[in-house]
Design a protein around this ligand. Structure first.
Ligand code: G1P
Ligand code: ZN
Length: 543
């Protein structure tokens, strides 16, 4: 087995986005494309000599081939060991846990998360640090700089390792340990939650439908919900991971998880519905006839956290991404703990969690998590809800109504305009940015603007500053509009428009969200001329 040094030339556009490098699969399979990026990861993290890494992915098309390439490149560059999930599989939260539990030097996660998979869809890769969290910008920038100048990389000329067999083997001098992807994660969930109470609830006839969307959470959900918690067999649907996710879009929201939504809004709805995404870090929560927005879910989990054994002593703080609604801020205020607003993307929560400043975190994009790992965690959120419902002996609907009557309701929606022309999208943002200074005191959509800015974040732990993280327009009375361009799309640009309206009047808690938000939607149109510029009459996705 010899180390081969392969000559290569840089590819344009290997800049990691909100969560790693995501591109169309057809790009990733081009000769040297993945290899250039992996070699640049090694440079960005200061080399892999003597290091132990975790490796796993969401099972999408090219996961297996890419796993072998990563291992051969790690071996060629002197890594001591790779701990890899069986068949190259690990959900993102399970990978984060494995990195931490085994005290490794980090890990490579092969995933494009909620993006569709398959030869005609998307693939992705990211590096997580020894704390289990996504690499910070300082590292991703260093990786990107190397992709611009790379001229060669090292790879071992060796046969593939059989990833279907659990156990130890060798690739050159490097040890490869193939592990069960589910066991350690399931054990962690048992440590965090009151499994006995949840089990009792199922024994009492509580029903659930968990839609794994043909993605990675299938094996995890089957083991935890059906086997360990004795939810009736068949509670997990679409539970076998497929390389193309059954040609679906594995994103748990009302648009892409429509069959589940229809079930939950219909006459045969079970008590509880949930779904997760391609790599298992997102969650959607739905009660019988009651959809819980992710922003509300964060607030409700925080407000009830002491019912969960792992959080019984309370929370140190609550962190949300800036576009996420302010519902959790009011819970933080009531609990007397700090509330943090970070830029979009899980990587910004890591410092707060490591420093013990926050215990739970969430994003409006269906991500919730805590200090148990350094990623958002879909099944964890589902178990958190089940634990609360078991402890409070209530329904999702009643819990929501109770929460709003206590804290008020943040009506919230996100409108996405997908695959629009990139230069046009950038101009839309630039033009709006140019107007911000003069917006205070003016009226849009009938609402008076109190202030407007381009969000910049000063990390309270490491002092780093991150700018241009979304345009915020705050209206008198607390309504809010946020616009930003996605950092995870692979075609053109995606404009995200985040809409929020706060209502504390007890008579106003039962409106249709899109109707409640109509003035904010009108203000967005007036300020950013979305339909005129994009030529779209309606958003592609409404969450
Ligand atoms: C999206 C979400 C963001 C999330 C990220 C990774 O990023 O908006 O909250 O952290 O996916 O799951 P975006 O495409 O908006 O950059
Ligand atoms: Zn994901």
């Amino acid at each position: 087995m010899t180390v081969q040094t392969i000559k290569t030339t840089p590819f344009d556009g290997q800049k990691p986005g909100t969560s790693g490098l995501r591109k169309q699969t057809s790009t990733f399979v081009e000769p040297n494309y993945l290899e250039n990026f992996v070699a640049s990861i090694w440079v960005g993290i200061g080399g892999v000599t003597g290091k132990t890494l975790v490796l796993g992915g969401d099972g999408r098309y090219y996961n297996k081939e890419a796993s072998q390439i990563v291992m051969k490149m790690a071996a060629a560059s002197g890594a001591t060991k790779v701990i890899v999930g069986q068949d190259g599989l690990l959900s993102t939260p399970a990978a984060s846990h494995m990195i931490r539990k085994r005290k490794t030097d980090g890990g490579v996660i092969l995933s494009a998360s909620h993006n569709p998979g398959g030869p005609k869809a998307d693939f992705g890769i990211k590096f997580n640090m020894p704390n289990g969290g996504p690499a910070p910008e300082s590292i991703t920038n260093a990786i990107f700089e190397n992709t611009k100048v790379i001229s060669e990389y090292d790879i071992l000329d060796a046969p593939d390792v059989d990833l279907s067999v659990i156990g130890l083997s060798k690739m050159g001098d490097m040890v490869v340990e193939v592990v069960d992807p589910v066991v350690d994660y399931a054990a962690l969930m048992e440590e965090i939650f009151d499994f006995a109470a949840i089990k009792d609830m199922f024994a009492g006839g509580f029903t659930l439908c968990f839609d794994a969307m043909h993605a990675i959470t299938g094996p995890y959900a089957t083991e935890i919900l059906e086997k360990r918690l004795s939810a009736p067999e068949g509670s997990v649907i679409n539970g076998i991971p497929l390389p193309d996710f059954g040609e679906g879009h594995p994103d748990p929201n009302p648009t892409w998880a429509k069959p589940l939504m229809d079930l939950m809004m219909g006459p045969d709805a079970p008590d509880f519905g949930a779904a997760s995404d391609g790599d298992g870090d997102r969650n959607m929560i739905v009660g019988k006839g009651a959809y819980v927005t992710p922003s509300d879910s964060l607030a409700m989990l925080a407000a009830n956290a002491t019912l969960v054994p792992a959080y019984k002593d309370g929370l140190a703080g609550i962190a949300r991404s800036m576009p996420t609604s302010g519902a959790s801020d009011r819970v933080a205020e009531a609990l007397g703990v700090p509330a943090f607003a970070t830029p979009t993307g899980w990587k910004f929560f890591g410092n707060l969690l490591d420093a013990g400043k926050a215990t739970i975190c969430g994003e409006e994009s269906a991500g919730t998590g805590s200090n148990h790992v350094r990623e958002k965690d879909g099944l964890w959120a589902v178990l958190f809800w089940l634990n609360i419902l078991a402890a409070r002996k209530t329904s999702v609907q009643d819990l929501m109504v109770d929460h709003w009557s206590k804290y008020g309701r943040n009506y919230y929606s996100r409108h996405d305009y997908e695959a629009i022309d990139k230069p046009m999208a950038e101009k839309l943002m630039d033009d709006l940015r140019g107007k911000l200074a003069d917006l205070g005191g003016t009226v849009a959509g009938g609402l008076t603007i109190e202030s407007a800015d381009d969000f910049a974040y000063d990390d309270p732990v490491d002092g780093s500053r991150t700018e241009k993280q979304g345009i915020r327009v705050l209206f008198k009375g607390g309504d809010r509009l946020v616009l930003r361009l996605s950092g995870t799309g692979t075609v053109g640009a995606t404009l995200r428009v985040y809409l929020e309206k706060v209502v504390t009047d007890p008579n106003g808690l039962d409106m249709d969200p899109q109707e409640a938000l109509a003035p904010v939607i009108a203000a967005a149109e007036e300020l950013a001329e979305i339909s005129t510029r994009t030529g779209r009459t309606a958003p592609d996705v409404i969450t």
